[in-house]
Design a protein around this ligand. Structure first.
Ligand code: NAD
Length: 360
């Protein structure tokens, strides 16, 4: 069986970090006989430079045809002056909407070796391993009607609509329950059911779905309490599931618990489990081309791709273990180096993960 993977390096540090992730995927391919077929295409600013637009038709076609997509990052000052409609970020949004990637998986993992990088006390965050499942294509960010109108008294009023259809709740619920089943078996659904009817329905549907997942322990939490618990005792969580807006905010808070943006992978999935995988960070133009970028978030995104879309869990585990091994060996790029530890460049870090994977 062949797995067709489309690689979209993008801009800034994108090509540097994707190169390292590709090396790791190729090593995993050899070790686990995965049958990977990796091709690449243009997206973002680099696509604008060549074709005039951030998401060329050839890229979209290749993305639709691929089993999974690995993206670096897009954007940079070179394209900041362009019209909003053809900015690099539109390439990313176009991929998400065309591929109907409604399920956003954002793990917040703090490797014990990096506990000093967090702004919280090491004992609170060391070993943290949370997965936030965020609904990505619905809720208040997309609900109609929306706008700014002028009232009869001449005052302006802004309004949005927080709306979820039952089917939208069920499909993100399924992603979350299945992720919880594959991890620690605990799912916390976050809502504001004491105030918002849309989340009363959300809660009802999660409860209904729980009967199909007797092996998953479902709990509910109001979003204000969830924010508080994330910074008070984050290790109580395994998987959290929530709507678009709450997920936007909570996933950033959870990400920062780990203190290092260069370590955080993410996935965006469609209904069939096909996905686009990318680091949570941007294209870091301030360090692009200098060999300073941390490739681990992209390498960990590749591991997520193997686990969630390609069903190659053993290879995913082996990549994650290899990352842990290089951290144990004391290798640090500048963003995760603490207490004057010696730093390594992007390529050295990628090579070390390959070597730990091959020898693991
Ligand atoms: P950023 O995430 O690119 O950078 C923020 C800071 O983190 C910078 O100091 C950067 O050097 C550092 N950093 C980021 N990734 C790193 C890594 N792997 N290793 C080491 N250090 C790293 O965010 P920004 O500066 O706000 O945005 C820069 C560009 O990226 C903008 O054009 C923005 O639109 C774009 N962006 C793209 C995405 C995406 O493609 N998904 C996401 C966010 C921002």
């Amino acid at each position: 069986m062949t797995h067709n993977i489309l690689v979209l390096p993008g801009d800034g540090i994108g090509p540097e970090i994707v190169t390292e992730a590709e090396k790791v995927l190729q090593a995993a391919d050899v070790k686990f006989n995965l049958g990977l077929n990796i091709t690449s295409a243009l997206v973002g600013g680099s696509a604008i430079d060549v074709t005039g637009g951030p998401l060329p038709e050839a890229t979209l076609d290749a993305a639709k045809a691929a089993d999974a997509i690995l993206l670096g990052a897009v954007g940079g000052p070179k394209w900041d002056g362009l019209d909003m409609a053809i900015r690099p970020e539109k390439g990313l949004l176009g991929l998400r909407s065309n591929l109907k990637l409604f399920g956003n998986l954002r793990p917040a993992i703090l490797y014990p070796q990096l506990a000093d990088a967090s702004s919280l006390k090491p004992e609170i965050v060391s070993g943290l391993d949370i997965l936030i499942v965020r609904e990505l294509t619905g809720g208040i960010y997309f609900g109609q009607p929306r706008g700014i109108r002028v009232l009869d008294n001449g005052e302006r009023q802004g309004y949005n609509t927080y709306i979820y259809a039952e089917s939208e709740i069920r499909r993100i619920g399924k992603v979350a329950f299945e992720a919880a089943r594959a991890r620690g078996g605990k799912l916390c659904s976050v809502d504001k059911a004491n105030v918002l009817e849309v989340t009363v329905l959300w809660r009802e549907i999660m409860d209904e779905m729980a009967t199909d997942y007797p092996d998953v322990e479902l709990s509910h939490m109001y979003v204000d309490n969830a924010a508080m618990q994330l910074v008070r005792a984050p290790k109580q969580f395994d998987v959290m599931v929530t709507g678009n807006m709450f997920g936007d905010i909570l996933s950033d808070a959870a990400a920062m618990l780990t203190g290092s943006i260069g370590m955080l992978p993410s996935a965006s999935l469609d209904e069939a489990g096909k996905g686009m995988y990318e680091p949570c960070h941007g294209s870091a133009p301030d360090i692009a081309g200098q060999g300073k970028a941390n490739p681990l978030a992209t390498i960990l995104s590749a591991a997520m791709m193997l686990r969630y879309t390609l069903n190659e869990g053993a290879a995913a585990d082996a990549i994650e273990t290899a990352v842990s091994v290089v951290l144990d060996q004391g290798l640090r790029t500048a963003d995760i180096s603490a207490n004057g530890m010696q730093t390594v460049d992007t390529k050295t870090m990628g090579d070390a993960v390959v070597s730990a994977l091959v020898n693991g």
